[in-house]
Ligand binder design. Structure first.
Ligand code: COI
Length: 352
């Protein structure tokens, strides 16, 4: 059962052309608690508001926290549609396993999310490039300073009407290739969507910014030879007509957009290879003019063209620094399916 306590003072909505990514939130949120021996309980939809946490809550000290990111859209017929939402909750359970967090009931949280969006339906924007960004997360709440698995947790879903993740929208981004700090090592938490992965990445993002780049391209922790992923995206390159992306060997986030793009590529007859892709191979292709295109994929970032790579002191421009035809085709296909302009032959849409 989901208890509902609705607000009597709804907030004003921002104009759709002013929406930024993740800055404003809807009127309500979903919350449920977990206690060992009791399981998940007290599921409720309540007004969006700050909530109290004991200062000794374990999440604040040891970072036992996971999250997801997915989107709801208003399609061209005005209907509200989510994109592959079950896959996000299934991935959340895999992250939960890695972080010793209890599993959630995927059917139940789907039901909770659908109800929350029904209540917040007027917050789903319809302008091109906008969406209702959905952020489920779980935090450890035991008030305890010893290092152990928490016995209590909170699961929340908050909603944020959002514009594009990058302030310039669908424009080529520049990537700084990080050759000192690493994101994830074998056996680490690289494939889990846990908060600590993002905290540890910030120092390199700062370096990227200082160098005038938008994001960090991570290399593998062992040899610093192979590309892994970008701050908030999986990375693809197209070399001599072949699509290459890093294989999921445990250090890379198994992106749902990554998987969708691979399926779209295959459906269109492209050869897609998931394997280790070395930086040398990319530089070689750049020098021989065989690097056709590079782009990143992610829920927040959608499909994002990469126009520049900064490697050490060298700067390499990809495809004149402009959005390539393949990247444009992928963006149009994916957003076309999400908006109901293109047939959803993969069965990805969940209509509310
Ligand atoms: C997403 O794409 O939804 C993400 O979770 C990336 C986020 C760190 C903005």
């Amino acid at each position: 059962m989901i208890r509902e306590q609705l607000t009597d003072c709804p907030k004003d909505k921002q104009a759709e052309d002013k929406l930024q990514f993740g800055k404003t939130f809807t009127d309500h949120m979903f919350v449920m608690d977990y206690a060992a021996g009791k399981g998940w309980h007290d599921a409720r939809i309540v007004p969006y508001a700050p909530f109290e946490l004991d200062p000794s809550s374990m999440v604040l000290h040891y970072g036992q926290a996971i999250f997801e990111g997915l989107k709801a859209f208003r399609d061209i017929n005005g209907r509200i549609t989510m994109f592959r939402p079950r896959d996000n909750f299934l991935r959340m359970n895999r992250s939960a396993k890695r972080l010793c967090i209890p599993q959630i009931d995927v059917d139940f949280v789907m039901q909770a999310l659908v109800r929350l969006i029904e209540i917040e339906k007027d917050w789903v924007p319809s302008a091109e490039g906008t969406a209702l960004y959905i952020r489920p997360f779980i935090i450890a709440t035991d008030p305890y300073l010893g290092v152990k698995v928490s016995d209590t947790y909170k699961f929340l879903i908050i909603l944020s009407p959002s514009g594009p993740y990058y302030k310039n929208g669908f424009q080529p981004v520049s990537l700084y290739v990080e050759n000192y700090y690493t994101r994830a090592a074998e056996g680490g938490t690289g494939e889990a969507k846990c908060s600590g992965n993002y905290a540890a990445s910030l120092i390199a993002s700062d370096k990227a910014k200082e160098l005038g780049c938008d994001q960090v391209l991570w290399l593998d922790a062992k040899e610093k030879r192979y590309i892994e992923e970008v701050g908030s995206m999986n990375m693809f390159v197209v070399i001599g007509g072949e699509v290459l992306t890093a294989s999921l060997d445990g250090t890379i986030l198994p992106g749902i957009t990554r998987d969708s793009i691979i399926k779209i590529f295959k459906d269109k007859g492209y050869k897609v290879t998931e394997r280790k892709v070395s930086l040398d191979e990319i530089i070689g292709a750049l020098k021989e003019n065989r690097l056709d295109e590079a782009f990143g994929t992610g829920t927040a970032a959608v499909v994002s063209p990469v126009g520049k790579l900064r490697i050490g002191d060298e700067e390499y421009v990809i495809g004149d620094g402009k959005t390539g035809k393949i990247t444009q085709m992928l963006y149009d296909t994916l957003t076309g399916i999400q908006r109901g302009k293109i047939e959803d032959k993969f069965g990805w849409l969940y209509r509310i």
